[in-house]
Design a protein around this ligand. Structure first.
Ligand code: GAR
Length: 211
């Protein structure tokens, strides 16, 4: 069974979606650890509900960013995870910790990458007059939000949409997208590195689509 570590900074709804799918029997995986950089409740509740504590690694207790990243990944490695999922993890990670783990670390990002890496993605899509928005799951590489995109979910932008309404409509799609990609990982259908993604042993020329 696929052993998954989840890194989360915020409310943890993507983590909860993974846990719910596992509980329903829709996802053959186990969450071996939840790792947070924030002391706020957020992802602690879903982790606790699933019977596991969320490990808090406090950036303020570390002298440098790299010290924090090493402390974090020492714990992640100790969990024995096969796959590391950044699910609303809002810190930029050092190349030193990312590079050795590229083939087993993914991130969910709320835009149709390569559009809008970074923050405020919903507002930026609106400001640009886009007719479509979405979310991506991509391979984590040292450059921010720049790894090969594995899969995307898309939605139409409607007249009157705000950043808030877009985010709210996108979130359930994000959940389905992330669960599906983790499922594919568990089924060993996905293989990736810093440059390319293979699905069923075929090189992907564009992201897989998830509704
Ligand atoms: C999600 O929308 C996720 O795509 C986004 O943060 C939110 C976390 O929600 N991630 C990023 O912006 C990463 N750059 P959650 O804590 O409820 O899962």
């Amino acid at each position: 069974m696929l052993r998954v570590a989840v890194l989360a900074s915020g409310r943890g709804s993507n983590l909860r979606a993974l846990l719910d799918a596992i509980r329903r029997g829709d996802l053959d995986a186990c969450i071996v650890g939840v790792f947070r950089d924030t002391a706020t409740a957020g992802a602690r509740a879903p982790a606790r509900d699933a019977g596991s504590a969320a490990t808090h690694v406090d950036p303020k207790a570390c002298a440098t960013r790299l010290d924090f990243d090493r402390a974090l990944f020492d714990r992640v490695d100790a969990s024995g995870a096969d796959l590391i999922v950044c699910a609303g993890f809002m810190r930029i990670l050092s190349p030193e910790v990312v590079a050795p783990r590229v083939a087993r670390m993914i991130n969910i990002h709320p835009s149709l990458l390569p559009r809008y890496p970074g923050l405020h993605t919903h507002q930026r899509a609106l400001d640009a007059g886009d007719r479509e928005h979405g979310a991506s799951v991509h391979v984590v590489i040292p450059a921010l939000d720049a790894g090969p995109v594995i899969a995307q979910t898309r939605l139409a932008i409607e007249a009157g949409d705000t950043a808030e309404t877009l985010a709210a409509r996108l979130l359930p799609r994000e959940h389905r997208l992330l669960v599906q990609v983790v499922r594919w990982c568990g089924e060993r259908r996905l293989r990736f590195d810093a440059e390319r993604v293979h699905f069923d042993e075929r090189l992907l020329t564009g992201p897989l689509a998830v509704d």
